[in-house]
Design a protein around this ligand. Structure first.
Ligand SMILES: *Cc1c(COP(=O)(O)O)cnc(C)c1O
Length: 407
């Protein structure tokens, strides 16, 4: 399969890469909008957006311009100095949200690591050393550092890495009684994804998030929303908390923020931010001018009301398309769930655990779609998706299902 002129192939991966991933058999070399081409020039319709990252699609002109303009001026200067793009970005995020202060880093996991450290520090500063317990949800995903996999609620990601940081408890997502039982005065933070992503595209019930807010207020705990996947327009609001009308104390954002350039943010209020002082937390690359320039451009686009309204409209169309497929294959699928352009096509009990067979066949058919767990086909396409992509995606999905069923 080696294309002429290319000295690396998929096999090179097995030879020289630490095997934490099992990438597809082809190597993408170029992308534009929702299309990707591989080494052999084969085209794919990309409805995966690099896992909810490419909100504006591959190589959007405005972002490429922002990146190259800044690349000619200043890439990196360290946090011994501040820089113009990062201050502009912080100002925009603060103006648009509940937050008063922003901290920048390079990945969702790092933003959550900062959030959890801040919550512990804030509780310690204000209530002494015993208020340190963190409550989060089963099936949650918060990143891959030791602290964030521990707060995340999936044993498969902590197994073998023990001992884990202590004082972290997990409760069933959307279970109000479990939350009441678990949240006491020794809790410093309650952490939740308003829409669980990796765990299977599960939206929180509005009453659940409202109850978490009340419980946090009663017990002086911080409510942390991990909006790394569901934030920044993904469900049709700038941030998911705005859809729910429940304000967190700390919010983390990443994925879409850089449209593929590694940048992440932790947002919080003045009173909480005070617990981080010079030296208590830091990063070499966080908030560098190059990443911030990109994020400024992305944010300016996504935060437009017309852009967000279009996400809602396209989300409805994509949902209708997936529902048509689910209805036509009632044996295979149990239904569709999610919000906005964060949707999951759920496998039936009969085909339990077999979603990966469909996504693998989809690649053969030229369609890139994702999994969320073993039973959900995840759709988190670029937010600039158009009707033609939804139509082509449905056609390719149907083709994939037919080929797979007849194997
Ligand atoms: C992807 C994701 C993360 C981790 O982000 P990285 O950039 O991979 O560290 C954290 N939380 C949620 C909800 C995510 O979807």
């Amino acid at each position: 399969m080696t294309a002429v002129g290319n000295s690396v192939t998929r096999q090179t991966f097995d030879e020289v890469m630490v095997p934490v991933f099992a990438p597809a058999s082809f190597i993408p070399v170029r992308g534009k909008g929702l299309e990707v081409w591989d080494q052999d020039g084969r085209r794919y319709l990309d409805l995966s957006a690099g896992i909810a990252v490419l909100a504006l699609g591959h190589t959007p002109d405005a972002v490429v311009d922002a990146l190259t303009e800044q690349a000619k001026k200043l890439w990196h200067i360290s946090n011994y100095f501040t820089n113009e793009p990062v201050l502009q970005l912080a100002r925009k995020l603060v103006n648009a949200t509940f937050a008063d202060k922003a901290f920048f880093c390079n990945s969702g996991g790092e933003a959550n690591e900062a959030a959890f450290k801040l919550a512990r520090k804030w509780a310690q500063d204000n209530y002494g050393p015993n208020k340190n317990r963190i409550v989060s949800c089963f099936h949650a995903f918060h990143g891959r550092t030791l602290f964030t996999v521990s707060v995340g609620g999936q044993e498969k990601y902590t197994h073998g890495f023990e001992p884990l940081p202590p004082k972290i408890d997990h409760i069933e997502f959307n279970d109000i009684e479990a939350a009441k039982a678990a949240i006491g005065d020794d809790v410093c933070a309650v952490v939740v994804e308003p829409v669980q992503g990796e765990g299977g595209i599960l939206p929180a019930d509005p009453a659940y998030l409202k109850t978490l807010r009340q419980l946090c207020d009663e017990h002086n705990a911080l409510l942390v929303f991990d909006e790394v996947q569901c934030g920044l327009g993904r469900i049709g609001k700038l941030f998911a908390y705005m859809e729910y009308g429940v304000e967190p104390d700390i919010l983390t954002s990443a994925k879409a923020l850089g449209n593929g350039f590694p940048i992440a943010a932790m947002l919080t209020t003045d009173k909480i931010a005070k617990s981080f002082t010079p030296g208590t937390h830091g990063t070499t690359y966080g908030g560098n001018p190059l990443g911030a320039a990109v994020a400024n451009c992305v944010f300016d686009t996504i935060s437009q009301p017309a852009f967000l309204a279009n996400v809602v409209e396209k989300g409805e169309k994509l949902r209708a398309s997936l529902e048509r497929v689910a209805t036509d294959y009632p044996d295979v699928f149990a239904g569709v769930r999610g919000k906005g352009l964060m949707l999951g096509l759920v496998m039936s009990d009969k085909y339990h655990g077999r979603a990966a067979e469909i996504t693998a066949e989809a690649q053969n058919q030229g369609l890139l779609i994702l999994l969320a767990g073993y039973d959900v086909i995840r759709y988190v396409p670029a937010l600039v998706i158009e009707d033609q992509h939804i139509e082509e995606g449905e056609k390719l999905l149907r083709q994939s299902i037919e080929v797979w069923l007849n194997k």
